[in-house]
Each structure stands twice: as structure tokens, then as C-alpha cells.
Design a protein around this ligand. Structure first.
Ligand code: G3P
Length: 213
């Protein structure tokens, strides 16, 4: 399973990359605004850190504008993935950009039929939002189960990219279901290291070795 980091913060990307934990980066307009930066400022700096896939979301809402912006994004590097929304224009744009050899991540997927449409259009990644579904008392993981099964049934190369991850169990459950990628906020990545028995065990080992914990 691949781990991407879901953030607009450069320091988080650097730290997670330094840990050797990440295979890519996803951003969205909200994360970029939260980091108080812009696509033009941020993306070239992420490109300097790693050659893994970097998803950059369009802010245009119509087909022609999406194509223009998406093609412009690819000038930042060969590892740029254009993120398009699950709308008629976004799906049409996915088909066009995919035919040009540009990788597309279709975002805002909340139903299996939307994931099927994304795969049929040639998306490299489909991003189902598990946390936001859980928030409204729907099962995010049921969506992951459906998408993994549907893509497997038809040998679609589209990867299931689990987004809106809120805690480590989301990642474990998605891994059990065979999801290809999880995009994970930095705070959740940090939690991967935390277990009270790990802390207690380490403390005892260090004490027995005559070292300060
Ligand atoms: O990048 C899309 C997704 O991961 C956003 O997550 O927490 O805003 O639902 P969240």
C-alpha cells in the first residue's frame, strides 16, 4: 500500500519524507489556503523534495479552464497529477487529459458509481472521501470495498486513493480491503508511531541498559 501525505505544509512533507514514510503528496485548495500559500509558490518547492506523484487540484470549474490549468500544472514537473472534480466537466476533462498522457486524480468521490465513471474516463487515481462519509453516518469503508471489487472485476488500472483519512484505523481497514493508496494528514502519520506498550517497552529497555529514557 502506498502512503501519500495530504497537506499544503512544506515542513510536514519534508519531515514525512525524511522518515521514509511517503510515496507521494496530495493537496487541495483548502489545504493550500490553510498553509497560507498559493499553488504557484508551493508546488515548485514540493517538486524539489521528491519525484513521487504530486496531486494538484484545479480551481477552474469548466472544461476549457480545467484543461488549461491542468496542462499548466504539468509544467512544474513530470510527476504532477492533475486533480479534477467528479462533475460532468471534470470527467470530460479526465478523458481528454488522460488521452494526452497526463495523469488525473478524480476527487470528491462519494459513491461507487462515481468511482466507476472515473475509471472509465481513464483516471490514474480515484479519491473516495471516507471521513466525510463517516461524518454523515454513511460507511466510508463500504465505498472502498466496492471500488476495490469493481476495479478488480474489470481490471481497471485506476488506483483507489483513500482520502479524508481521520485516524490510523482508516488506513488499516483500507489496507485490509486492498486499497492502493491512502493519503494521510501529518497528524495521523505521527500517530502511526504511538503505542503505550512501545513507549513502556522502550523505557524499560533503556533503563535496563543503564541509559536515560
Ligand atoms: O484531499 C482531500 C481530502 O483528503 C480532504 O479531507 O479531512 O477535508 O475531509 P477532509
Amino acid at each position: 500500500m502506498k502512503f501519500f501525505i495530504d497537506t499544503g505544509q512544506l515542513n510536514e512533507i519534508k519531515q514525512a519524507n525524511d522518515w521514509g514514510l511517503i510515496d507521494g503528496v496530495t493537496t487541495n485548495p483548502s489545504l493550500i489556503a490553510k498553509a497560507n500559500t498559493t499553488i504557484e509558490e508551493l508546488i515548485p518547492r514540493i517538486v524539489e523534495i521528491g519525484d513521487w506523484p504530486i496531486s494538484v487540484e484545479v480551481t477552474e470549474n469548466h472544461y476549457e479552464g480545467m484543461l488549461q490549468q491542468g496542462r499548466d500544472f504539468t509544467k512544474y514537473g513530470s510527476n504532477i497529477v492533475v486533480k479534477l472534480p467528479m462533475t460532468p466537466d471534470g470527467i470530460k476533462g479526465t478523458r481528454t487529459l488522460a488521452a494526452e498522457g497526463i495523469k488525473v486524480n478524480v476527487t470528491l468521490i462519494f459513491h461507487p458509481i462515481q468511482g466507476l465513471i472515473a475509471a472509465k474516463a481513464g483516471a490514474t487515481y480515484a479519491s473516495p472521501f471516507v471521513g466525510r462519509l463517516d461524518d454523515i453516518a454513511h460507511s466510508g469503508m463500504e465505498l472502498i470495498r466496492d471500488l476495490v471489487n469493481i476495479y478488480d472485476n474489470y481490471d481497471y488500472p485506476t488506483e483507489v486513493l483513500v482520502a479524508s483519512v481521520r485516524h490510523p484505523l482508516h488506513v488499516v481497514e483500507a489496507a485490509n480491503l486492498g486499497a492502493d493508496v491512502a493519503t494521510i494528514p501529518f497528524g495521523v502519520l505521527q500517530k502511526f508511531f504511538q503505542h503505550p506498550l512501545t513507549d513502556a517497552g522502550l523505557e524499560r529497555f533503556l533503563r535496563d541498559a543503564g541509559k536515560q529514557p
